[in-house]
Every structure is written in C-alpha cells, then in structure tokens.
Design a protein around this ligand. Structure first.
Ligand SMILES: Nc1ncnc2c1ncn2[C@@H]1O[C@H](COP(=O)(O)OP(=O)(O)O)[C@@H](O)[C@H]1O
Ligand SMILES: [Mg+2]
Length: 380
C-alpha cells in the first residue's frame, strides 16, 4: 500500500526554519502553505500562501489540514491541541503529537532519554514550592532551574548557586512547573542533526560544536573538534533517540560533552535546528531537504560533508533595522549569507546567519576569521 503522493505541504509556524524548509520544498516542486499570525512572515514570504491566524485558531488549523497532504511545524512550542485536532480529523502530521508531547516537556523528555539508556544531567521536578528543598538536596548546586514548558533560546532559565537564589528563581517563575537540573561543567556543547523516515531509515550529520551566548546559539563548528569515536557515539545516541521516539522528520539532539568524554543529552528539538544550517551550504542534501524527503516518503540521503564550515548567527541589537557591511562580508568568497526577511532587528532576535566554508581543519585561526567576519556587520 502506498500513500497518496504529496503535492501540498502545510507548515505551522512562519519563522526562519520554515522559510529554509519552504525554499527546499519549492525547489523540489511542492506547494507550501504556512500558518502564522504575523503577515508576510519569513516563511510566508517564500511559501505559495500564508494563512494569517494564531497557532491555536482551530478553524484556521482545519483549513491548513484540508488544503495540505501533509502538515509539519517549524517550532516545538506549537499548541499540542492543534496537532491532535488535525490527527483526529485524519490528517497526516509529521512529527506526530506523541513526539511533541515528550519534547515539549523537559521532565518527560529527560525521563524518556534515560529510558533509552542515555545519560542526562541529574534533575528533579519542582511542582510546588515544597519540592524545592528536597530537589536541592538530591541534585545539589550549582544548578539551573528551567520552566518545564515553553522555553527557548535560554528563556525561562535561572542559574542558581544557593537555596536562596533557587527560591528567588521560583518566585520569578510565577508558579510555572520547573525542572531543577544540575549545572554541567561541560567542556563543549555538541549537537547531532538527524532525520528518520517512516520506514525507520535514520541518517545523521556529523556532530557539530556549539557556542552559546546567554542561552542563544552564537556559533557552530562543523564538524565538532572531538575524536571520531565521540562523534560516532553522539550520532548513535541521536539515532537511538529518533527510533525510540518514532519521529518522522528532521530533529536535533543537543549534548554536553563532560570530563572524560562523557556525553549527556541536554534536549531534543523535533524539527530542523539552528546548528544544522551548515548543511545548506556544505552538504548535497540539507537538513531541510531531508525533512521534505522524510515527510513525503522519499528516500533519505546519507549526509556527506563537501567542506568543513563555521556558522555564525546574526542577531539584532535594537540599534536599527538596516544591516550594514554586507559588501565587506561578501568580499570573502568563502562566505554564504542567509537573511530571514524579518523587518525589525529587535535586540537578540535571530535575523540571519552566514556560513564560512573552511578548507582543512577547524582551528583557532579559522574561528578567529569567522569572528572577524561577523564584526564587519552592524545594524544602523
Ligand atoms: N544543566 C546545564 N548545565 C550547563 N549549562 C546549561 C544547562 N542547561 C542549559 N545550559 C546552557 O543554556 C543553554 C540553553 O539551554 P537549553 O536547555 O538548551 O534550553 P533552550 O530550550 O533555551 O535551548 C544550553 O545550550 C547551555 O549552554
Ligand atoms: Mg537548547
């Protein structure tokens, strides 16, 4: 039995991940409809059409389902009720609501990872103020308190070094359910972008290394500067997680690399990921094309690195909406620039990124070159 061939893909969410997905889907001949409350969203600018509505507007969600052969989403905080509603109406949604339920909840997610036999940072659930003392005793300090749901780019997180600071964080969280997580003194942060198909084929890109600035990804080194064995172990863990989740589509597993090359899983993103942008420029089949392939029941493409790369995020700083320095940046022919079509460069907003192709290994000189290149850009 083969499913009806896909002609139209629906995308809930209109951000940059949906935009880069839509660009690949369009190249492959699909029609794309996106749903986002903000008119002319980054995805809406390149899709065939945008339904302008809230993510939990059920009439609009129904319309998206009716007009699409498969529906996907580009951010994981999409209302689970919307995805369940589409499934109940018989529409195909990838990844399914069962995947979303686990990855939207940091406690369920970490329990799931541990059930896969894969380590995470030590953690305890904080459901009410009474749980704090016990959690502090079991997990210890320093620690990170995070909202169980809805966090991204480091939002909804408090680093705490004492019970007093933990109490202050609890008050700041205003009653939201929290996870009390041991702070991991990691040597590096790694991630593996992977894609799983409905026929249980899994492909993984090499592990990459991520540098964050106050919780937001700043730089990705592809591949990570780790031994092959570490990279392969991370890829194998990501594949196990994808299979056990039963996810269909591209996803990302974030890791802490701790002392003694120990790998701890931090979180799972059930969608293409910021740390996989390099795949557009230095692999024949990007993370977005793999996602198209997976949700349209096409064969996946085993990743091949044609070059090493460094990806730098370009964030807004609130000083202006015009990006100066592009000619200077592009005078370096190893750089590919990607801008997301966002009108206002609000402070710390992800406005674009560039990929610098690196001949030979990723060393300090290559990283310095990428940092210098980023400084050529400025908002005015
Ligand atoms: N337990 C931890 N130990 C050390 N650093 C952490 C810990 N949790 C989060 N961080 C830092 O904060 C960043 C964002 O946290 P993460 O859990 O990935 O949330 P988000 O959903 O915002 O990406 C991580 O990439 C890491 O740099
Ligand atoms: Mg993260």
């Amino acid at each position: 039995m083969s499913a009806t061939p896909v002609k139209t893909i629906g995308v809930i969410g209109g951000g940059q991940l949906g935009r880069m997905f839509a660009l690949d889907a369009k190249r492959m001949g699909y029609d794309v409809i996106t749903l986002d409350p903000q008119e002319r969203s980054p995805t809406g600018q390149v899709a065939d059409e945008q339904i302008v509505a809230a993510y939990d507007d059920m009439a609009a969600i129904e319309e998206l389902g009716r007009r699409s052969d498969v529906v996907t989403y580009e951010f994981e905080n999409v209302a689970i009720a919307s995805v369940e509603h589409l499934e109940k109406l018989g529409h195909r949604v990838c990844p399914s609501s069962s995947v979303l339920r686990v990855t939207q909840d940091r406690i369920l997610e970490k329990r799931f990872v541990r059930d896969c036999g894969i380590p995470t940072a030590m953690f305890e659930a904080i459901e009410s103020a009474g749980d704090l003392a016990r959690a502090a005793e079991t997990v210890g300090f320093p620690a990170v308190l995070k909202t169980v749901r809805g966090g991204y780019d480091g939002k909804g997180q408090w680093r705490v070094g004492s019970i007093e600071e933990a109490e202050a964080a609890l008050a700041a969280a205003k009653g939201a359910a929290l996870i009390f997580e041991r702070f991991v003194p990691f040597e590096r942060e790694l991630s593996v972008v992977a894609t799983r198909s409905a026929s249980d084929d899994v492909v993984t890109y090499p592990a990459v290394e991520n540098e964050h600035d106050a919780g937001i990804l700043a730089m990705t080194l592809a591949p990570a500067r780790v031994a092959d064995a570490v990279c392969e172990r991370a890829q194998a863990m990501a594949a196990t997680i994808g299979r056990r989740l039963g996810i269909v589509g591209t996803y990302c597993v974030e890791f802490f690399l701790a002392a003694g090359d120990e790998l701890l899983v931090n979180e799972i993103a059930p969608r293409p990921h910021n740390s996989g942008h390099f795949s557009i420029d230095v692999t024949p089949c990007s993370q977005y094309e793999q996602h198209v392939r997976a949700i349209c029941d096409l064969p996946l493409s085993p990743p091949r690195m044609l070059s090493n790369a460094i990806m730098m995020n370009v964030l807004g700083d609130g000083r202006g909406d015009h990006l100066a320095g592009i000619p200077e940046l592009l005078s370096d022919s190893s750089i590919e620039l990607h801008l997301y079509g966002k009108r206002h460069a609000v402070a710390r907003r992800k406005m674009g990124h560039f990929t610098m192709l690196v001949d030979g290994p990723i060393d300090d000189a290559a990283i310095a070159r990428a940092r210098t290149a980023l400084k050529k850009l400025g908002w005015e």
